[in-house]
Ligand binder design. Structure first.
Ligand code: TA6
Length: 275
């Protein structure tokens, strides 16, 4: 498959760039100061046969296992349409759209429009998702931006912004734990859903680079690293890939959001390189 025909490239005058694959409207690259900021597995499928393993997959209408269809819903495994690409005063922006189609209706009977914008600025990447109920029935959903940050070494990485937050630990299967760490260092499989993380932002630090994650209307945050055993179990995940990534995922996942006909739910995240 011609990779370029399915990839939208944003280039800022300052030299930074972002690439978005039409499959899932998945941001697959964000290069700032000549450095790739996102993790993309070298084994990732890029042909539409399965979700892209890395970058920023868009999760909708369901985070996690789903009785109607594949885990994490159909948004990340659908072909989106590029609506427009713009060079604005302070950024370059691409806008993508996904609406119900025969496939989504075969899984989930509701009409919707997802509008996803990717804005590239110096030191910054902002991704915003607008979820519209374009049908005549209310529906409920969960949604999340499944961001894979590239780190030089997971062993030199810390994540902040969770202290005092209640979380469900999907590894130990314990719900309602309270985070007492100001800085989290990951040294094993972690899969934690922080509920109403309260904080509007997290910091991912790794060997001299710090990224600030500012969330808009996404009250929960998921922290995930498969670590070695689970990485090996995934055919599209480099066996050693877990050493160079951490997922810090802004989402609305701890309770389902009900959207009335005509209603719109706007959310997003701003990723800022702060040093
Ligand atoms: O966001 C964490 C998580 O839900 C993990 O439980 C793990 O399943 C991960 O997503 C990746 O899921 P995927 O379906 O992309 O393999």
């Amino acid at each position: 498959m011609n990779m370029d025909a399915n990839v939208v490239t944003l280039i800022h005058d300052n030299g930074s760039s972002a690439k978005i694959h039409l499959f899932g409207a998945t941001v697959i690259s964000w290069i700032n100061d000549n450095t790739e900021q996102l993790f993309l597995s070298t084994l990732s499928k890029m042909d539409g046969s399965k979700a892209i393993r890395g970058g920023i997959p868009v999760v909708f209408p369901n985070f996690g296992p789903w009785s109607c269809g594949p885990q994490h819903g159909f948004a990340r495994i659908s072909w989106w349409k590029l609506q427009k690409q713009e060079k604005l005063e302070d950024c370059v922006r691409a806008t993508f759209v996904l609406e119900e189609n025969d496939h989504t209706l075969s899984l989930w009977k509701y009409r919707f429009r997802l509008t996803y914008t990717v804005e590239l600025r110096p030191q910054e990447l902002e991704t915003s998702l607008s979820i519209s109920n374009t049908g005549t029935e209310s529906f409920d959903f969960t949604a999340l931006l499944h961001t894979y940050f590239r780190v030089s070494s997971i062993k030199e990485c810390s994540v902040t912004g969770f202290e005092g937050c209640t979380y469900n630990d999907k590894v130990t299967k314990e719900d309602g734990r309270v985070e007492n760490r100001e800085k989290i260092h990951v040294d094993a499989n972690v899969d934690s859903v922080y509920i109403s993380s309260g904080t509007k932002c997290h910091f991912v630090s790794s060997q001299g680079r710090k990224i600030k994650i500012e969330k808009q209307n996404l009250k929960d945050t998921v922290l995930w690293n498969p670590w070695s055993a689970k990485a090996k179990e995934m055919s599209d995940f480099d066996d050693e890939g877990y050493l160079n990534m951490i997922c810090v995922e802004a989402g609305h996942v701890s309770e389902r959001k009900v959207l009335q006909p005509g209603e719109i739910f706007g959310c997003g995240q701003k990723l800022k390189i702060v040093n």
